[in-house]
Design a protein around this ligand. Sequence first.
Ligand code: AMP
Length: 571
Amino acid sequence: MKEPNLTDYARLYQHFDWQNERTQLAGLPDGKGLNIAHEAVDRHASGNLKNTVALRFIRKNGSTDDYTYGDLKTRTSKFANLLQSLGLEEGDRVFSLLGRVPDLYIAALGSLKFKAVFCPLFSVFGPEPIFQRLSKGDAKVLVTNTAFYEKKIKGLLDRLPALNYILLTDSPQHLDEKVLSLTKLMGEASGEFSIPPTDPEDPALLHFTSGTTGMPKGALHVHQAVLTHYSTGKYVLDFHEGDIFWCTADPGWVTGTSYGIIAPLVNGVTSIVDEEEFDGLRWYSILEKQKVNVWYTAPTAIRRLMRMEIVPKEKYDLSKLRLVLSVGEPLHAGAVIWGQKAFGVPVLDNWWQTETGGIMIANYSSMEVKPGSMGKPLPGIIAAIADVEGQEIKIYDQPGMQGHLVLKKGFPSLFRGYLHEEERYKKCFKGDWYITGDLAKKDADGYFWFIGRADDIIKTSGHMVGPFEVESTLMKHPAVAEAAVIGKPEPSIGELVKAFVVLKEGFEPTDGMQLELIGFARKTMGPAVAPKEITFIDSLPKTKSGKILRRLLKARELGLPEGDLSTLEKS
Ligand code: AMP
């Protein structure tokens, strides 16, 4: 077993210094600044990782396509050169609408080299959400394929006058002066590109994240976010030389960019990209066949794997798997424990969000795992629980108090703005603190426990109830596959706790089952917090990144407007 990079959390936390972390990266030659693509690709390609596989794509048919750090350097330089030949300027925005195929990764890193701002979109978006994002993001270039172009983009062009070029990955010829063949342009471009001086504060990435009801917000990140990617790769994902890493997220969600592209490359490991969507058996065989050492996935996938009721460790050789990590939603304690049985290692939960650009709170392999907790802040990150309602923020120093989860400003990957929405951005800060919009508590040992999105909290009979604690309880019942909990207005008690439950196969949605689940929850949680109503449904509405959309269940229950549904996964 390899010794973890982080062995003594308390010590590292005390002595950690971002400046020191900066010295572990190369920086552009001749002191010309810090550029993500240089740290992720060029410096390795000029050193002894030149022939190491940087990205291994697993195509839908199971065949693989490898790109070494050397290959990536040449291809991303070509992409940067072609942006130059198209007359782009630094800071211009390049979007992609692609599945998890090599061109997406090359476009991302090539754009960063050129110092364009890169924005990956989920390929499953329909025309309207694509339009909203391209127009709000002032897209100059879109990289996509012919099918998506024909089906989703062509009809939008009249409304997108600022979109200068569409680059088609699979067209051998240019279609007209605006719709060009990427293959042809790449063929003509030089494979040598010298990255221009890059200020660490230069913009690099744009990630759209859905507001609760409003339009999606575009969170802007800068090049020095790479310090967080590097350091979380080292201490949370625990990258070691020669590691094979697999992040299952799509780059259309921030996790698929920060950890599906940047962090593994900056740390010089080999990263697996599966072009196919979720498929439990396929996933287990990838873990086995690719000898994956570190695996980063999400609670929604883990819940689906748990439902398959196979113990992968018994059927597959997972002896190389050292770490399994999860992000995106609360991970209930049962999943952490299941991981131990299924993989031989617990599933380590960690917390962050689009705005923070990288992991902020985590369970570390060398630290005691408290199932159900998000863990402790990354060295270099100051997290606290606070009351944010007054003029000044009030930090709670007593353990166990519930409040807003806040982060001290000043870490490298914190977003630098919501594009074109200065007011919305300013509202996220009070004094020195960034207000995350999540509620949590911190225990006496310094572990953080998620309570819920501030918007999702239920106020019932004078109690503040986080949906997650009720959902976790319901999930302990053998019949429950998934649960989502909302507050439903009820004059006498404020809100009543209502649960939507997906049953496991073999269980019937009867009145008796309803009573049994309510009784089970009352016994475990007490009558004040247990759900008073339960509705059975076939599946829960989720975002494309796999998060349960509680606000949508609530809107439907109350007959209210459903708000922005662009990230809703069609089931
Ligand atoms: P996004 O910006 O789309 O990645 O969403 C970020 C939000 O997802 C956070 O603010 C949390 O509400 C939720 N989230 C992410 N990771 C976790 C976690 N480990 N536990 C609980 N909630 C999480």
